[in-house]
Design a protein around this ligand. Structure first.
Ligand code: F6R
Length: 603
């Protein structure tokens, strides 16, 4: 969602630097962009609908000499994506960029209108800008004005503010939306995340919810809401700018798919060499709630399956935005596991805060180091998958599944359900997953061939049973989000209870059958669709290599057979590549699909 970068410098290239940082935030998803800077004490605000290149083009025709700039990519919430609604907004003496939603903006707008303010846009941000100006006119103190205004705002925000009478200083604050400060010899930054500033510095501090920050080109000062200075740890980012490059791949998504073998292998190596799950004792809890959104929720379904099947521990999976409706079930004996690649997903944060309020113990499975979720959970297990830039998650999902596998193995050990022989066989298997995954992703021609068969269709179905049905959900989501094809994932046995009416001559059905005990039943379900004309793409393991699939499969994808602790990772990698090749044939913007945001920071 919206990306923010502000830069104040001793030199005069703040606009160029802010713009290049903004490009590193493109992955978050946006539909317009804008920048504000003072040039010879004159304020310039430049905005453009669509890609940042449109903004770049406008700026290239201007004199952009300036010591300080604040820039923004907007993912529309209040008001359509056009230049009027794009940020920065300027009212009175205040210029502002904002990520988040001011939920009570309508009431504040009325208050401001009565005080004589008028508005041009449909946004909550213009109201926030006016409100800060209103407070500044009252108290004549810039930090105090920001503190006073923030006390009035309900909802979420990350702000970069410039005041007209101090145009080279950025004021910043945040609540429920991410914002970091970056330090360099040439100047200082306030940005949505570290990726925006890594080309210039790896030194940063996290802004806490009750921090108010004054940023000049040489000094950064943190205050609390009583205007007392607070000290702040300066951290060093371990991700480097190179990880934010495509490094020869056509798309970030492809690069990230190809990073999976190493990422997953590293997770299992860490588990066997350096595991600290001692404080997650499953026997301490009465119930387990696994809560997440989107693909992270799909990974949670694999986790639930493994937990129940192998550790004999029941668990509930809930999408984060619905979790509050299960409030009655949360007790101090609840173990909540929240799963999030970005660690900034607003729905997931709200769910975890609710669970903590109710006394639950919360474990996070998180990729982004230092993110809000990683800081608020009782225990954080990092996936260490490295930065994920493509909006559609790939290594984010598979690394979450891998962490669940390790958690379940640990739970089995705790309960005495893992004998030495099985344990050592599993260890051998998990520690060689890299080879199997490389085998799956090297099969590119098969996936391209399938993509050619399906890319012209509008509807598609994924079916499977057991753990395969959860993998179907992820395969289906990948396809629809990047190729814009309508696709549904169904439990293979459920299709005949209604949805099979949608199968027509030629409708592609991708079926997965990896579990030998469910194989025959799934094949019967595939035949039911075949009898109604489906075009059948069958995904199975090399265990069934000697079978004749021709009777029910038009195309076949074979992945290496593996235990269920890693089988979903192998299968989904094939599905990710089918989605990728299909989206490519359809000419879609693979890394930045329409309407989507990488980091969903509003509820
Ligand atoms: C799909 C996708 C989303 C995310 C979801 C949760 O490819 O990326 O469905 O999985 O928005 O995001 P995180 O994991 O950052 O909480």
């Amino acid at each position: 969602m919206c990306g923010i970068i502000g830069y104040t410098t001793k030199s005069s290239n703040s606009v160029d630097v802010a713009l290049s940082g903004l490009k590193n935030l493109e992955y978050r998803g946006y539909d317009s962009s804008g920048i504000a800077f003072y040039n010879n004490n004159e304020l310039d605000i430049v905005k453009a609908k669509g890609k940042i290149s449109n903004l770049d083009e406008k700026l290239s025709k201007m004199n952009t000499t300036s010591n300080c700039a604040i820039a923004h990519t907007r993912w529309a919430t209040h008001g359509e994506p056009n230049e009027t609604n794009a940020h920065p907004h300027h009212v009175g003496k205040v210029t502002l960029v904002h990520n988040g939603i001011i939920e009570n903006y309508a009431a504040l707008k009325e208050e401001l209108q009565q005080a004589g303010y008028t508005f041009n846009s449909q946004t909550d941000t213009e109201v926030a800008t006016a409100y800060i100006d209103y407070c500044y006119n009252k108290c004549n103190n810039k930090l105090q004005a920001l503190i006073d205004a923030c006390k009035k705002f309900r909802g979420s925000y990350a702000f970069n503010v410039i005041y007209e009478d101090e145009p080279n200083t950025i004021y910043a604050s945040r609540k429920d939306s991410p914002l970091v400060v970056g330090y360099s010899n040439k100047g200082n930054f306030a940005a949505s995340d570290v990726s925006a500033i890594l080309d210039y510095t790896n030194k940063y501090s996290l802004i806490n919810e009750d921090d108010f920050v004054k940023i000049t080109n040489s000094v950064v000062t943190f205050y609390n809401d009583k205007l007392q200075e607070v000290s702040k740890e300066i951290k060093t980012a371990t991700w480097d700018a190179n990880q934010y490059q495509k490094n020869g791949y056509d798309h970030f998504m492809l690069k990230e798919i190809y990073e999976q073998p190493k990422v997953i292998q590293d997770i299992f190596s860490r588990y066997y060499n350096d595991c600290d799950y001692a404080d997650i004792d499953f026997s301490n809890f009465d119930n387990i709630h696994i809560v997440a959104c989107g693909s992270a929720m799909h990974a949670s379904l694999v986790g639930k399956y493994l937990l129940q099947t192998y550790a004999k521990i029941p668990a509930m999976v809930e999408v984060a935005s619905e979790y509050r409706y299960s409030e009655e079930l949360i007790t101090p004996k609840t173990l909540m596991i929240v799963v999030s690649q970005s660690g900034e997903t607003a729905d997931t944060i709200a769910a975890l805060r609710l669970a903590k309020e109710k006394g639950a113990y919360v474990v996070g499975i998180v990729n982004a180091v230092g993110s809000t979720i990683s800081r608020e959970v009782d225990k954080c297990i990092y996936t260490y998958a490295g930065p994920e830039i493509a909006v559609a998650t790939t290594k984010g999902y598979t690394s979450q599944v891998a962490i669940f596998s390790t958690l379940v193995l640990n739970a089995m050990k705790q309960k005495g359900l893992l004998d030495e022989d099985t344990s050592s066989k599993l260890k051998d298997e998990l520690l060689t997953i890299e080879d199997k995954l490389n085998e799956v992703i090297s099969n590119r021609n098969t996936y391209l061939d399938i993509a050619k068969d399906i890319y012209n269709h509008n509807d598609l179905f994924f079916i499977g049973r057991g753990i395969d049905s959860t993998v179907c959900m992820e395969g289906s989501l990948k396809l629809k989000e990047i190729s814009y094809m309508h696709s549904e994932a169904y439990s293979a046995g459920e299709l005949k209870h209604g949805t099979i009416s949608l199968i027509e001559d030629g409708t592609p059905v991708i079926s997965i059958a990896t579990d030998p005990t469910l194989f025959e039943k799934t094949v019967s379900n595939i035949k039911e669709t075949k009898a109604r004309g489906s075009y059948s793409i069958f995904v199975t393991t090399d265990k069934h290599n000697d079978m004749n699939f021709a009777e029910f499969a038009d195309k076949t994808v074979i992945v290496p057979e593996a235990s269920e602790f890693i089988q979903p990772i192998l299968v989904v990698s094939a599905l990710q590549l089918i989605a990728y090749e299909t989206a490519k044939l359809r000419g879609c913007d693979i890394d930045k699909p329409r309407n989507l945001a990488k980091s969903v920071t509003v509820e």
